[in-house]
Design a protein around this ligand. Structure first.
Ligand SMILES: NC(=O)c1ccc[n+]([C@@H]2O[C@H](COP(=O)([O-])OP(=O)(O)OC[C@H]3O[C@@H](n4cnc5c(N)ncnc54)[C@H](O)[C@@H]3O)[C@@H](O)[C@H]2O)c1
Ligand SMILES: [Zn+2]
Length: 374
């Protein structure tokens, strides 16, 4: 098992990454000095597969776990769901030293994280991400929270976990569409700060339409998904992708500046999701948006044509969309100008200078953005 240490303003926490890490949770939590009662927050789908092995591991290490299921889906990432969890925590007699363990994807991690940040003014939090997106993105960095009817992620708190457990084996039950959604963020991380990760994706064997498994010494239990079969060693890939996020959040723990680079492809992507009334899924929007950011960067002379071609080539090879969707450019521009990440009146974009090097660019002329959308 590999351990990555993440430093933050008030301390640090380990990310334990490896096949079967889930079954080590109890021991690792006990080693941090915790004991007694704890709560496992999960949902029906994820809990069906992984709550029992997790609770067994906790019980064997002397903990008394209580499983609490939250409803599944972005539409339930709400204050109502958060409020529904508190009475169960009281009933289970959790105290300030009792950990909350978030077992699930990004929706569950964000919601349970906010429960942990607020219950008893804050209890210890363990993140066990079970989607590719949650592993490489949402479980690291301490951002937790829920949506309001007025918009996504409008209420929340910075809540650093005590530890993060990443077990690639849990990806075996993740639907292919969710793997692809996460892979879009992995490509993004490669462009942001890891040419090695980007190259590994470029030179991996071709994904196939059918489900295959590729045996490899580093990966005794190969991931069976069609889009993920390209990965000889999911543990290596996860490590590289997580390290990008770790470097960014260590540099900017409270999202004051540099952390904006994680929005590569997202200014375009969110607009595409919005104009399609969310028929375009987040991962697809990010893939299209990353390709558009690459074209915009080349057009403005920030990167060379070859960089743009490599980015679009990789997306094509991973069977991800790289063309902007067929909606009027004016509608997409309008959607972009209501994006909450927008600052002042100027359009702000994260654009690549090279593979592994991106920057924040302000005051991009709308005419150039329009040209890229055409
Ligand atoms: N906090 C952050 O920094 C941050 C960063 C990026 C995204 N996010 C948030 O993450 C959320 C998206 O997360 P997501 O993409 O993980 O989606 P998700 O949490 O909705 O998970 C997708 C689906 O897969 C199911 N699932 C999860 N793990 C599974 C497994 N191993 N096997 C089978 N099914 C499984 C889930 O129950 C769900 O139905 C958004 O709300 C977004 O705002 C947060
Ligand atoms: Zn994203």
């Amino acid at each position: 098992m590999k351990t990555i240490t993440v430093k933050h303003p008030t301390g640090s926490y380990p990310i334990h990454l490896g096949e079967d890490a889930l079954s080590q949770t109890g021991r690792l939590l006990a080693e941090l000095g915790y004991s007694g009662r704890c709560a496992v927050l999960t949902n029906e789908i994820v809990g069906r597969h992984y709550a029992a092995p997790l609770c067994d591991s906790l019980s064997q290490a002397g903990f008394t776990p209580t499983r609490i299921d939250l409803p599944d889906g972005e539409q339930y990432k709400t204050l109502d769901t958060v409020a529904s969890a508190y009475p169960h925590l009281v009933e289970a007699k959790l105290d300030r030293r009792s950990p909350i363990i978030a077992l699930g994807g990004g929706v569950l991690g964000d919601t349970a994280g906010y429960v942990a940040a607020s219950f008893l003014r804050g209890v210890p939090l363990v993140q066990i991400p079970t989607t590719l997106l949650a592993m490489v993105d949402s479980s690291v960095g301490g951002k937790t929270g829920v949506d309001l009817p007025q918009g996504k992620n409008l209420v929340g708190a910075f809540k650093q976990p005590e530890m993060v457990i990443v077990d690639p084996n849990v990806l075996q039950t993740l639907p292919d569409a969710e793997i692809k959604a996460g892979l879009a963020e992995v490509v993004k991380h490669g462009i942001i700060d890891s040419p090695e990760l980007f190259e590994a994706l470029e030179t991996s064997n071709q994904p196939t339409a059918t489900t295959t498994s590729i045996p490899s010494p580093q990966s005794p239990a190969p991931i069976l998904h069609s889009s993920f079969s390209i990965l000889h060693s999911p543990t290596w890939l996860l490590h590289e992708a997580i390290m990008v996020k770790v470097r960014v959040v260590q540099e900017d723990p409270f999202e004051q500046g540099r952390r904006a680079v994680l929005n590569l492809g997202h200014t375009f992507g969110h607009a595409f999701e919005q104009v399609s009334s969310y028929q375009i899924r987040h991962g697809e929007g990010v893939a299209m948006g990353t390709a558009c950011a690459a074209r915009l960067a080349a057009r403005l002379g920030y990167c060379d044509d070859q960089t743009t071609e490599r980015i679009i080539g990789l997306l094509d090879r991973l069977h991800m969309p790289s063309q902007p969707p067929d909606y009027p450019a004016a509608d997409i521009m309008a959607a972009m100008s209501t994006d909450k990440k927008r600052q002042g009146n100027s359009l702000r974009f994260i654009l690549p200078r090279a593979i592994g090097d991106v920057d924040i660019f302000k005051d991009i002329p709308p005419a150039d953005v329009k040209a890229v959308l055409a």
